[in-house]
Write a protein that binds this ligand. Structure first.
Ligand SMILES: Nc1ncnc2c1ncn2[C@@H]1O[C@H](COP(=O)(O)OP(=O)(O)OP(=O)(O)O)[C@@H](O)[C@H]1O
Ligand SMILES: [Mg+2]
Length: 470
C-alpha cells in the first residue's frame, strides 16, 4: 500500500485540506481513510493510527481499514497489535487482499523466517505480482523459486519447505522431492486373529470399515453411506495401533501410519500440503488403511500455533476426510488418541469420525489371549495363561508384552550361566509379573474427570461403564 512512498512536500498542504474538509463532515469514512493514508506516507504513524481507529468506529466491518490499521501498527513496531488483527483477518474466507503479505511481514519482523516464507507463498498464490517484491528479496526467494507454486495446478507432491541456513532461506530449487520420507507403506501380516480379545471392537471395525469395502452394493442398497472413519481412544499400550494394523491385514489392504506430530513438526508451515500428499498416497495405493496416530495433536497444537495455521491444518484434514477433492473409495480411515477430550469436535460430525470407540485395557480373557500371542513360538513348559493373568488387572497389552520380555531375559541369563537352555515356566512369568507395574491407572484418573464433568452426549459412556460410574 502506502509504505514505500517518498515524503511529499505537498503532503502537508493535502493534510490541512483534508482536516478542513473533515471539520465539515466528520463522519466521512473515505475522507478519513485518505487522511490516514497520507499521514502514514509522511511517517506520522501515531496520527494515522488515530484516524484509522476513528474510521473503524464508523465502518466496523471494513476489513481494508482493519488491514491498514495493522500495517500502521507494524510501522510502529507494534508487532503484537498487528498480529492480533491479522489473525482475525486470516479467519475470513477469503481474507482481504494483502493480508498474507502483511502476515509474512509480521512474521519476518518477529524473526520467524520459516513461517514468514510460508505466509509469503500464500501471498503469491493470492497475488502473483508479489513474487517480484522487495519482501521476496528480503526472504531470499527469487521469482524462479516461486514460479509454478501459485495457482491450483501446483504439484501436490511438491511439499518442500525452504530451510533456513545461517539465517538465510535456502532456495526451494535445492529441495528434493522427499516429501513422504519416513512414511512407509506396509503390508501387515497380522490380522484380527492376532489381536487378543476385543471382540466387540473387531465387530464394529468390520461392520463400519471392512464389510462396506467388500460388499459396496449391499451397503448402497440399504442407503448406508460408505466412508468416514473410526476414532479409537483409550489408555496407552492397550492395542490401538495394534488393532489398526490388524485391520489392514484383515482387509488385505496396505497400511500407512501417520503420526500427526510428524506432519505438524517436520513440515512446519507446509502441513496442509503434506496432509494432502498423504491422503493422495493412500488413495493411489487403495485398498489402504490410513491410520492417524495422536490426532489430539491437531487440536492442542491449534492454541499454540498463532493465528490460523492450526485452523488451516484442521480444515485441510476435514476436507480430505470428506473426500472433497478426491474420492476416498478404498481408503479405510482410522485415528487414535489417548486424549479424546482434546480432539476438535468438528471431527465428530457425521461422515467423519462419527463413532468413537473405547479401547479398554484387556479383560481377563483378553489378557490370556494376549499373553498367548506373545508366548507363541517360545520354548515353553505346559502352562495356563489364564491362571497367570488372573491377578493382572489393569495390565495393558504393552505391559503383558513387557512381562514376557522380562521373563525371557531372565531365562536367557540363566541359560547362559548354566550352559543349557530350559523352557519358560509359569513361575518365571509370575515372577516377572511382580516386576511390572500396570500402566493404565494414570490414564483413568484423568479420564474419570472428563467422564464425570464433561460427558456431553454420552461421549464417554463406555469409559463410565468400564469404571462403574453410571
Ligand atoms: N489385544 C492385543 N493383542 C495382542 N497384543 C496386544 C494387544 N493389545 C496390545 N498388544 C501389544 O501391546 C503392544 C502395544 O500396543 P499398541 O502399541 O497397539 O498400543 P496403543 O494403544 O497404540 O498405545 P499408545 O497409546 O501408546 O500408542 C503391541 O505392540 C502389542 O504387542
Ligand atoms: Mg499407538
Amino acid at each position: 500500500m502506502s509504505r514505500a512512498d517518498e515524503p511529499d512536500p505537498a503532503a502537508d498542504e493535502t493534510i490541512r485540506a483534508l482536516e478542513a474538509a473533515l471539520a465539515q463532515s466528520p463522519d466521512n469514512v473515505p475522507l478519513i481513510r485518505h487522511l490516514a493514508r497520507t499521514l502514514g506516507q509522511q511517517r506520522r504513524f501515531e496520527d494515522a493510527e488515530r484516524w484509522y481507529r476513528r474510521a473503524l468506529q464508523l465502518a466496523s466491518d471494513d476489513d481494508t481499514l482493519r488491514l491498514a490499521l495493522a500495517e500502521c501498527y507494524l510501522d510502529q513496531n507494534k508487532h503484537n497489535h498487528a498480529g492480533v488483527i491479522v489473525d482475525l483477518l486470516l479467519q475470513r474466507d477469503p481474507p482481504v487482499a494483502g493480508t498474507f503479505v502483511l502476515h509474512a511481514r509480521i512474521l519476518l519482523a518477529e524473526g520467524d523466517v520459516r513461517r514468514a516464507v510460508h505466509a509469503f507463498h500464500r501471498a503469491v498464490e493470492d497475488d502473483p505480482k508479489q513474487a517480484e517484491s522487495e519482501l521476496a528479496r528480503r526472504l531470499g526467494l527469487s521469482a524462479a523459486d516461486l514460479a509454478g507454486r501459485s495457482g491450483d495446478d501446483r504439484d501436490e507432491d511438491d511439499a518442500g519447505v525452504p530451510e533456513v541456513v545461517d539465517g538465510r532461506v535456502r532456495s526451494l530449487a535445492d529441495e528434493g522431492p522427499n516429501e513422504l520420507a519416513g512414511l512407509e507403506l506396509e503390508r501387515p501380516r497380522i490380522a484380527f486373529a492376532d489381536v487378543g480379545g476385543m471382540d466387540a471392537l473387531k465387530e464394529e471395525i468390520s461392520i463400519k470399515l471392512i464389510q462396506p469395502q467388500k460388499h459396496p452394493e449391499l451397503f448402497k442398497a440399504y442407503g448406508k453411506s460408505v466412508g468416514g472413519g473410526l476414532l479409537l481412544y483409550g489408555p496407552p499400550g492397550c492395542g490401538k495401533t495394534h488393532i489398526a494394523r490388524a485391520t489392514a491385514g484383515e482387509a488385505q489392504a496396505r497400511f500407512l501410519a501417520v503420526g500427526i506430530h510428524d506432519v505438524l513438526d517436520m513440515w512446519l508451515g507446509n502441513s496442509e500440503k503434506q496432509l494432502h500428499a498423504i491422503f493422495e498416497h493412500a488413495r493411489r495405493n487403495a485398498p489402504c488403511v490410513l491410520f492417524f496416530d495422536e490426532v489430539d495433536a491437531l487440536a492442542s497444537k491449534r492454541s499454540d500455533m498463532r493465528g490460523s495455521a492450526g485452523r488451516h491444518v484442521i480444515n485441510q484434514f476435514l476436507s480430505e476426510l470428506d473426500g472433497v477433492s478426491a474420492s476416498n473409495e478404498g481408503v479405510l480411515i482410522l485415528a487414535a488418541t489417548n486424549s479424546p477430550w482434546f480432539v476438535d469436535p468438528a471431527f465428530r460430525r457425521p461422515g467423519r469420525f462419527d463413532r468413537m470407540l473405547f479401547v479398554p485395557p484387556p479383560d481377563e480373557t483378553a489378557r490370556a489371549a494376549i499373553l498367548e500371542v506373545h508366548l507363541a513360538g517360545k520354548p515353553l513348559e505346559a502352562l495356563s495363561a489364564a491362571k497367570i493373568v488372573k491377578k493382572l488387572d489393569g495390565f495393558s497389552g504393552a505391559d503383558l508384552h513387557g512381562l514376557v520380555e522380562r521373563a525371557v531375559e531372565a531365562k536367557l541369563r540363566a541359560a547362559l550361566k548354566q550352559g543349557a537352555p530350559s523352557p519358560l515356566t509359569e513361575k518365571d512369568l509370575m515372577r516377572a509379573a511382580k516386576l511390572v507395574k500396570p500402566s493404565t491407572r494414570e490414564w483413568f484418573s484423568t479420564a474419570r474427570n472428563h467422564v464425570l464433568y464433561a460427558n456431553e452426549g454420552g461421549l464417554y459412556d463406555d469409559v463410565a461403564k468400564y469404571l462403574g460410574l453410571e
